[in-house]
Design a protein around this ligand. Structure first.
Ligand code: UD1
Length: 424
């Protein structure tokens, strides 16, 4: 297993090109199941998660071809199987999103429940009730969801989500595109990925309106066709590198950024004393002075993303004063706190609140990545720490960050990957 070794204390200076958004790319890949024609995706991030989903789609009968220049071609000319086994779903929850497209296209599916994960129990009840509202009969047995569409296929419905869910909103959009009649989704997630997915579906011939607002209307169509689509930039990767620059100090220009996707972060970073200059297609992040503590609370978009909470906590451990961080999306998303404490951060966790007392002079140590976003928070802390930080369980990082060590090294960071035995 690999580790990431960071020698902290270098200021960053340079440019980082942001990849396509993992969370969008995964759902766009699932959309390929909705048509027998090719879906050609550009700016695809090369990540462990996109590979996992590629394996599942191949198993289901999709031809998956990686092409040069971050392009991925997918074609589900014929669905070979509507069964998604546990081993191919458990590694990554987003795999569960094949259920709706399979149901919509084939009329039935048997998909493993994704199970819990390190950041909480993460149920799929909202996904299942959306499929039921579209007319599917759902039965759970032996860890699997057995779903069957009514005669004539899924039918449009009005679905009011009892709570905002990114995954359930996306899943319902995918399935309803091929349902008969109109579907109205209310209390939808408004993350930029919704718009990306809806616009790609529309390029495939779907009729989806209102994505990015709380109400999405979908007029079902009989068939969808192929399309070419460019994945939206990854706002979480953007935020992570912005905070890396803020933590290490220096000046980093992030390119391929839609700056509106990170407004909540820019506001807080400015309050914390970081200079943020928004540019067309990019952002310049500069920090020369002292960081100031600010409070933060995660919230559905346009609020501060839960996926940037761990990175923000690492940053606040360097800031002057007390920062109270409240996590409102996931129940157990502070596992990075004890790992950050190993580097010298002073963090008290009480329920869904973490109190960070800075500034701390962080010192390198051995730490363990506990989940995807937590792992990058340890890298950020390591960049600002004195001496060597060794992050193990790097496979979490590889799920969501493409060539992290190359991107940071290009800005002058001393970051390298080594196998567990020690060689570089
Ligand atoms: C997605 C993102 C994840 C991000 C999260 C919140 C992907 C692949 N993952 O996850 O990186 O952190 O959005 O922005 O896109 N819930 C239920 N029942 C359900 C579904 C969700 O109770 O059926 C709860 C969850 O446990 C959580 C909350 O709703 O407490 C929000 O989760 P959701 O928005 O669905 O997150 P994901 O789609 O799983």
């Amino acid at each position: 297993m690999d580790t990431i070794i960071i020698r902290g204390g270098q200021r960053l200076s340079g440019e980082i090109r942001i990849s396509g958004a993992k969370n969008s790319a995964l759902k766009l890949m699932a959309a390929a199941l909705l048509t027998d024609q090719p879906l050609k995706l550009s700016r695809m991030p090369r990540l462990a998660d996109t590979r996992f989903l590629g394996h599942l789609l191949t198993w289901l009968g999709v031809k998956v071809e990686e092409r040069a220049d971050a392009r991925l071609f997918l074609q589900a000319a014929r669905i070979k199987d509507t069964f998604a086994p546990y081993d191919l779903v458990r590694k990554m929850r987003a795999s569960f999103n094949v259920l709706g497209p399979l149901l919509a296209r084939e009329g039935h599916a048997r998909v493993s429940l994704p199970g819990g994960c390190a950041i909480g129990s993460r149920p799929v009840n909202l996904h299942l009730s959306a499929m039921e509202a579209l007319g599917a009969a759902i039965e759970l047995s032996e860890g699997y969801v057995n779903a069957r569409a009514p005669q004539g296929g899924l039918r449009g419905a009005r679905i009011v989500f009892p709570m905002v869910s990114v995954g359930a909103t996306e899943h319902a959009m995918l399935a309803a595109s091929l349902a008969r009649g109109e579907t109205v989704l209310e209390n939808c997630a408004r993350e930029p990925e919704m718009t990306d997915i809806a616009e790609c579906l529309n390029a495939m011939g779907a009729r989806v309106e209102g994505a990015g607002t709380a109400t999405i209307r979908i007029q079902g169509v009989d068939t969808l066709h192929g399309a070419e689509w460019t994945v939206t930039p990854d706002r979480i990767e953007t935020g992570a590198y912005a905070m890396a620059a803020a933590a290490a100090g220096g000046e980093v220009r992030l390119k391929n950024v839609i700056t509106d996707h990170n407004s909540a972060l820019w506001d807080l970073l400015r309050k914390a004393g970081v200079e943020i200059t928004l540019e067309p297609g990019g952002v310049l992040v500069r920090r020369t002075g002292v960081l100031q503590a600010v409070d933060m609370q995660t919230a559905p978009f346009p609020g501060f993303p839960s996926d940037l909470q761990a990175q923000f906590m690492a940053l606040m451990s360097l800031a002057d004063g007390v920062s109270v961080i409240r996590e409102t999306i996931f129940e157990n998303r502070f596992m990075h706190a004890p790992e950050l404490s190993r580097l010298g951060a002073r963090i008290d966790v009480r329920g869904n609140e973490a109190v960070v007392r800075g500034p701390c002079a962080l010192k390198g140590a051995q730490v363990m990545a506990t989940d995807l976003r937590a792992s990058v928070s340890l890298v950020i802390a390591g960049l600002a720490a004195e001496g060597e930080t060794v992050v193990s369980r790097v496979y979490h990082l590889d799920r969501g960050f493409e060539r992290l060590e190359d991107k940071l090294s290009a800005c002058g960071a001393d970051v390298r990957r080594a196998s567990e035995t020690g060689e570089g």
